[in-house]
Structures are given as C-alpha cells and as structure tokens.
Design a protein around this ligand. Sequence first.
Ligand code: T5A
Ligand code: NA
Length: 213
Amino acid sequence: MPKSTILQRGAFILLEGCDRTGKSTQAEKLVAALNQRGHQARLWKFPDRTTGIGQMIHGYLAQGKDLNDQTVHLLFSANRWEAMDTLKTHLLQGTTLVVDRYAYSGVAFSAAKGLDLHWCKQPDVGLLAPDVTFFLDMPIEESMKRGGFGDERYEKVALQTKVREIFHALQEPNWQLIDATQAIAAIHDSLVHSSLQVIAAAKDAPLQCNLWA
Ligand code: T5A
Ligand code: NA
C-alpha cells in the first residue's frame, strides 16, 4: 500500500504547570495555529468538568464541597480514564490533541497536600503518554499577580510552591521547560515551532499507552 494512504496518527501535546501560568491561554492559541496550518487539532482540558465525575470535582474545587484527599485524587484520575477511549480514537484518526493539564497535575497537587508520591502515581499508570509536555514554569509570586489567582481551593502560595517543586521532580526526557514569564506571543511562537516537530515525529510512531508503566 502506498504510504500516503496509511492513516497517520495525531500527536498528544500536553501543557502542564502551576495555576495561572498561562496554560489555557496557550492551549487555545496553539490549537488555532495548528488548524490554520492545516493540521487537524483539538483542545482537551482536565479536569473535564462536563462529566458526572467532573461535576463532583468542580463542586470540590469551586464550591467548597468537602471530600477527603484520596477520594479527590481518584476522581481526578477517573476523569482521565473516562476520556481515554475518546482520546485514543481522535489520535488514531489523525487528530492532534492539545491537552490542558493531565496526570502530572494530579500527582503534583495531591502529593503537595501530603499524600505519598508513589501511591499518587498508581491510578494513572497505563494512561496514554504524551509525546511532549510543555512545562510552563514561573515563580509563584509572579503568577499570583495574574487575573483570577485565589478564586479556587488550591490557589494558595504555600501549596503552589510545593506543587512547583514536585512538578520539577516529575520532569521526564520529553518535557520542555518554558519560561512562562515571557510575553504571550513569544511563548506561543515557540510552542508552535516545537509542536510542528512533535507532530511530524509522532505520525508514524505507535500510540504510547504506558504512562508511568
Ligand atoms: N488539579 C487538576 C488537580 O488537583 N488534580 C488533577 O488531576 C488536575 C487535572 C483546577 C485545579 O485542579 C487541580 C489544579 C488546579 O488547581 P484548572 O481547571 O486547569 O485546574 O484551573 P484553571 O483555573 O482553569 O487554570 P489555571 O489557574 O491553571 O490557569 P492557566 O490556564 O495556567 O492560566 P490562564 O491561561 O487562564 O491565564 C491566567 C491569567 O494570566 C494571563 C491570562 O490572560 C489570565 O488573566 N496570562 C498572562 N499574562 C501575562 N503574560 C503571559 N504570558 C500570560 N499568559 C496568561
Ligand atoms: Na486553565
């Protein structure tokens, strides 16, 4: 069969980082830029607050509903697992996914609250693994100055400082550290440039369903 008729998969591009570092801003702009360049791309956000599990998470984060730390951790993980079949289908059909937060956020926040790091990783073992993770990083004192900081449960300086340390410890070879204090346009340009390379490299590679396996 000529190569051009084989369906090439999309790339799994992840944006991670502490609160208010610009992940959602960049994720939306990246999807638009990739689509403009003729790549089929779509945005996926975790937590996905639109599902039943996502509504429970939203109640906890934004409406002060109390749940113990282990329960919340497992809900965040279940919210990723319930999306897996859909995400795999998109990738295999050639759509690139730009994902706004994932299991690294799951582990970083729960471990920062005091749960055991090894325990925290287990529920997410075997999820789809990203082709690249852009880690948007900046001092917490800087991100605090940005719009909306402090609106939700986890937006507290001491917790975010711990989360940032754990993110740094979780870095993997396919992570790219991005200085999130740069201007929106400068970060965007570098994410587009790197993403095009990742998309080209991923298209003939098998899907990786081996996060932390
Ligand atoms: N969580 C999440 C867990 O505990 N476990 C998990 O498994 C997961 C997945 C909600 C919380 O859930 C926790 C982590 C979180 O505490 P969320 O829904 O992703 O997660 O949180 P949001 O409130 O939607 O997003 P963030 O607070 O993380 O913000 P973003 O997306 O990083 O930042 P963004 O793009 O909204 O920008 C924030 C502000 O800064 C400005 C923007 O205009 C905006 O006002 N801005 C910039 N300003 C100057 N320079 C730049 N370069 C800028 N980029 C953006
Ligand atoms: Na966001």
